[in-house]
Ligand binder design. Structure first.
Ligand code: HEC
Ligand code: HEC
Length: 512
């Protein structure tokens, strides 16, 4: 498709041989176009204009209230703020959304059961419903009190050991390798008659941090381990990566951001010398095997909402789908008792536990949860905080604006000015946040920039303010203070601000 001339144009845009190589398909064709293919020259100019970072903080920007363009939900703020459908979908699509919602909240049961269309859970699982983790379509939390570890789990992974395994990772065939006994994640629940794998344990250590003006904030540094391992030890090179379920809003729009716009911000070798690199994640589409830009998950390990959803069915609930047809979920060959448990497959419904159209409906639902409108955007403190957010370098990773592709699969997501506050790239966030687990292109210190839209409604929707991939931060200040690595300069700028300025940054975040 791309001519050699296009390739030469591409060179200055993509920085560094390291990233250039994987961005080339096996021939010399670039994997992704360097410029948007969905727009004519005039529209490209318009898009460049509207997405340029603002320099005027005296008043809100045009359309700033509408975080997700025409799909933004403008209903009153309450606990359901993340559960509305995109405001611009059709009536027919509303019906599809509602069917998807029923499946997202449905509690799956173990097989065999009398409610046959709902069985197939497990044999090993972390939760019975998508909604059990993505609480109110929002985020989960670390365990509070005794046994409540549902909306967080441990991913298990080890690095390549052999040349063949290294080749598989280099060619994006594998992200990493599972534990030989426990598989890809630790399931702390199991169907009746089967032992669950073990229990996640978290211990926190207090770390006091002094900010300018003498304010002391105590961070809690977590360490993770597993107790009650039911099937023997974990392999010695397997790492534990804790993950709390993130909010579900705006997914379809993130999917509709053009590759060229994400890659334009990538700077893996930090050529511009700002201390911030940003590396694109490259992963294989689960069905076609094509190389795609990863955008979903804390390590950007999935390219599409559908891939993320079928993985969730398989790993989190042990339910097979057309994309992931193994009926025993994350049971491994070493877990023999698990492999002989009954499955929920019923010939009259199809060859898997959640046959089409289940996966498609859940995917549609997940793509169309609306982002709520901004609040108080003209407030003086919000505007001051916004200026400080830009001046401190937060916006270098938390990229404010994109215009989605005109040829998006769903019209509701096409050509919308959106404000996700993420570049969807991987960044080294320092040792403090490191999980030590390589996931494809992402190394053990790298995380995808978390979108910030809707973050100010966390308390209203989920009743808590636990942030970051493992919920260790108990409020926004702690979340910012954990930033290290490429984000250390921005973190230090925040810590060095007068107290009022820090408060303004928080007020801005709360308006998102
Ligand atoms: C056991 C808890 C749990 C269950 C159940 C669960 N999820 Fe998730 N979900 C997560 C976690 C944790 C992540 C972050 C993934 C990662 O980085 O590994 C996530 C991520 C996602 C994302 C991507 C979010 C983003 O910001 O990139 C989507 C979409 C998603 N889940 C959909 C689903 C669907 C659909 C279901 C049901 C089929 C489901 N999830 C069930 C915990 C869960
Ligand atoms: C180098 C890139 C980078 C910079 C600069 C940066 N961030 Fe982040 N930010 C991230 C990444 C990556 C995460 C996810 C980290 C995690 O979950 O462990 C994150 C997470 C967050 C979160 C928590 C989001 C959530 O949903 O849990 C907040 C709040 C946040 N950043 C605010 C800021 C502010 C304010 C600044 C400027 C002072 C800033 N960030 C600068 C990359 C960056």
């Amino acid at each position: 498709m791309a001519s050699p001339r296009l390739f030469t144009l591409l060179l200055p845009v993509l920085s560094g041989a390291l990233v250039l190589l994987p961005l080339m398909a096996s021939g010399s064709e670039p994997l992704f176009p360097s410029m948007r293919t969905d727009l004519d020259a005039k529209d490209q100019k318009r898009v460049a204009m509207v997405t340029r970072p603002t320099v005027d903080f005296s008043k809100p920007e045009q359309f700033e209230t509408m975080s997700a363009g025409a799909s933004t939900n403008r209903a009153d703020v309450n606990g359901d703020a993340f559960s509305h459908f995109s405001a611009n979908i059709t009536f027919a699509e509303e019906e599809t959304f509602k069917l998807g919602n029923a499946l997202f909240t449905k509690l799956w049961v173990s097989s065999p059961s009398s409610t046959q269309a709902s069985d197939g859970l497990g044999p090993l699982f972390n939760a019975r419903a998508c909604q059990s983790c993505h609480l109110k379509d929002g985020r989960g939390h670390p365990p509070e009190g005794s046994a409540d570890a549902t909306s967080i789990f441990l991913r298990l992974g080890r690095p390549a050991r052999t040349d063949e395994e290294r080749r598989q990772v280099a060619e994006h065939e594998r992200l990493n390798f599972p534990d030989a006994t426990y598989g890809e994640q630790l399931q702390d629940l199991a169907v009746p008659g089967l032992k669950s794998e073990g229990r996640m344990q978290i211990a926190y250590q207090d770390i006091p941090v002094t900010l300018s003006g003498g304010e002391v904030v105590t961070l809690r540094k977590p360490s993770y381990s597993v107790s009650d391992l039911a099937y023997g030890p974990l392999e010695s090179d397997v790492t534990l990566s804790p993950r709390v379920a993130p909010p579900m809003i705006g997914m379809g729009l993130i999917q509709a951001i053009h590759e060229a716009d994400i890659l334009a911000r990538a700077d893996p070798d930090d050529r511009d010398g700002d201390g911030i690199s940003g590396k694109p994640s490259l992963v294989r589409d689960h069905r076609s095997g094509e190389l795609k830009l990863g955008r979903f998950g804390f390590k950007a390990q999935n390219a599409s909402v559908r891939d993320q959803s079928s993985s969730a069915f398989a790993g989190d609930m042990g339910i097979s789908t057309p994309d992931n047809p193994f009926d025993h979920g994350d049971c491994t060959a070493a877990e023999k008792d698990c492999l002989v448990m009954p499955t929920g497959v019923q010939a009259r419904l199809g060859p898997v536990e959640a046959p089409d159209p289940v996966l498609g409906l859940v995917t549609f639902y997940s793509e169309n949860l609306a982002v709520p409108a901004r609040r108080n955007i003209s407030d003086k403190t919000v505007l001051k905080g916004k200026a400080l957010f830009y001046a401190s370098g937060c916006s270098a990773c938390h990229a404010p604006k994109f215009v989605t592709r005109r040829d998006a699969g769903n019209k509701a997501q096409a050509f919308q000015l959106i404000w996700p506050y993420s570049d969807f790239l991987l960044h080294d966030m320092g040792e403090g946040l490191a999980d030590g687990q390589q996931v494809g292109v992402a190394d053990g210190q790298e995380w995808r920039t978390q979108p910030l839209w809707g973050i100010g409604l966390t308390k209203a929707v989920n009743g808590h303010t636990f942030f970051l991939h493992d919920g260790r931060a108990r409020n926004l200040t702690e979340a910012i203070l954990w930033h290290g690595g490429e984000a250390e300069k921005a973190r230090n700028a925040f810590a060095a601000m007068p107290k009022d300025d820090r408060a303004a940054v928080l007020t801005f975040l709360e308006s998102l």
